[in-house]
Design a protein around this ligand. Structure first.
Ligand code: HEC
Ligand code: HEC
Length: 431
């Protein structure tokens, strides 16, 4: 039926490889869980110092991201580009990767998370999940999206904080994560101690003690509900309900045809969920372990250990993409125009990259653009590039931009429940 509708609306010639046929599947949600997750998502109580919530880096004001290339977690004050250092608790570094938007993550096809897919569904394991944190931390999560929550709360730079500055940071530093007195336990106890949360959890899990996995399951339900985004003009067009403007249609035809975008950005959500090296400029601290001294981010290779995965990053879904700037795994490009031009000649674009493309507010860090001054590092990124040079006219680029604009879903951008006025901890909610 869908195939027939598409053929009817477009003529089949527009639809080469990457034809989006399969409707996404969104499993049903329990509203009591969603509403509980809503409060937890915006509540700084889940961060060691009680200052950072999930929304600090995933805020609807910035289309569920934070409006900067690389954000600041623990040790920052304020939101988005206005976030500055806390004078008493200066952050050690920026977060090494761009904060991704959270649209449609409740759809079943999203099975790998993070720019490098280091958390993914793995049917060969008893838990069904593979994470770099080890098997003891894989159980009790309702989904792989739920398992994702454990990362930010245990990350010193993001939410836990550093050294002995608070109880969670201390536990993380000593390696106490899941057991009694560990980081998860401390956070669950904080939630347990707030009567409004306890009452709400009674409705969902009964009277047993709240586990960290319960908290993350609620947050996952909330994300899946709040930011489901499959009602854009493009979706309506695919479902035969609406017709796109002529420039949007031309852009769509280009995207799924001649411009070759859909060889990676395929399917209903413009992603093959695969990993590709496209010579994105590397800015910021990079992903070195604490004892290493480099500012590299080798992407998927960090997960698989295979050299052919060097500098490959996950193909992002492009839903609401006109609102989610900056772009790329390190947020190297602040505008869609520059990002698309990068795709047309990746190596040349990498080599001529200038810092004014990025959005790195607060004070400068020494690591901000350091890798791009190291010729050998830049050569390595260039050598791995798998995206061929392609010629497009300015008019064609304008049409592609028009098409990307037709991927916006206003309901999801606004959020269905929105930012709560207050959270049970009484801590500040950034509006
Ligand atoms: C300090 C900023 C920061 C905070 C706070 C934060 N995140 Fe994130 N989030 C990020 C960054 C950066 C990434 C990508 C990291 C990577 O790829 O290595 C990410 C990735 C994710 C993803 C994966 C998205 C995808 O498409 O792969 C989800 C889901 C997510 N965060 C949810 C949360 C939740 C839930 C919380 C609160 C418990 C939270 N985040 C707190 C910055 C943050
Ligand atoms: C070879 C695979 C491939 C092709 C072909 C491709 N892209 Fe991409 N695209 C990617 C990858 C991988 C990224 C993310 C790179 C990173 O994070 O370092 C990306 C990033 C993007 C982004 C940024 C999204 C965000 O949220 O950061 C946009 C927009 C985009 N591509 C549009 C396009 C358009 C338009 C075309 C066609 C002209 C295209 N891409 C062709 C692989 C591809």
């Amino acid at each position: 039926m869908i195939r027939y509708l598409i053929a009817l609306c477009l003529g089949t010639s527009a639809w080469a490889d990457g034809l989006p046929l399969a409707e996404p599947v969104f499993p049903p949600l329990d509203m009591a869980e969603v509403e509980l997750g809503h409060l937890l998502f915006y509540d700084p109580v889940l961060s060691g110092s009680r200052t950072v919530s999930c929304a600090t880096c995933h805020h609807p004001r910035f289309a569920t991201s934070d409006g900067v290339s690389l954000g600041i977690g623990d040790g920052g004050v304020g939101l988005g580009p206005d976030r500055v250092f806390d004078a008493k608790n200066r952050p050690e570094q920026r977060i090494p990767r761009n904060s991704p938007a959270l649209f449609n993550l409740g759809a079943t096809e999203f099975t790998s998370f993070f720019h490098d897919g280091r958390l993914e569904v793995d049917e060969t394991r008893p838990s069904g999940i593979r994470t770099p944190l080890g098997t003891e931390m894989e159980h009790g999560f309702a989904s792989v999206l739920s398992a994702q929550t454990m990362f930010p709360v245990l990350s010193g730079d993001e939410m836990a904080g550093h050294y002995s500055e608070n109880d969670v940071a201390q536990a993380v530093r000593q390696g106490f994560l899941t057991g009694p007195g560990g980081a998860w336990d401390i956070l669950s106890n904080r939630v347990e101690a707030l009567p409004e949360y306890r009452d709400r959890f009674d409705q969902v899990i009964g009277e047993r003690p709240i586990a960290f996995t319960d908290i993350s399951n609620m947050i996952a339900a909330f994300i899946a509900f709040e930011w489901r985004a499959d009602d854009s003009p493009f979706d309506r067009h695919l479902r035969g309900k609406d017709v796109l403007s002529t420039d949007e249609l031309r852009g769509m035809t280009l995207f799924y045809g001649e411009a070759g975008c859909a060889s990676c950005h395929s399917g209903w959500f413009q992603t093959d969920h695969g990993f590709h090296a496209i010579a994105m400029p590397q800015i910021g601290p990079g992903k070195a372990a604490r004892f290493e001294r480099h500012n590299r981010d080798v992407g998927r290779m960090r997960v698989t250990g295979r050299s052919e995965d060097a500098f490959a990053f996950r193909t992002p879904s492009l839903r609401n993409v006109t609102q989610t700037a900056p772009y790329g795994h390190s947020g190297a490009y602040a505008t869609l125009d520059a990002l698309i031009r990068h795709h047309l000649d990746p190596v040349q674009s990498l080599q001529s990259y200038t810092p004014d493309h990025a959005v790195l507010p607060a004070e400068p860090f020494e690591t901000d653009f350091v890798l791009l001054t190291q010729g050998r590092e830049v050569d390595d990124i260039a050598r791995a590039n798998a995206l061929p040079v392609r010629q497009l006219t300015d008019d064609q680029i304008a049409d592609l931009l028009a098409f990307l604009g037709a991927l916006s879903d206003e309901t999801a951008l606004k959020g269905r429940l929105g930012v709560p006025d207050a959270v049970p901890s009484g801590l500040t909610v950034e509006k």
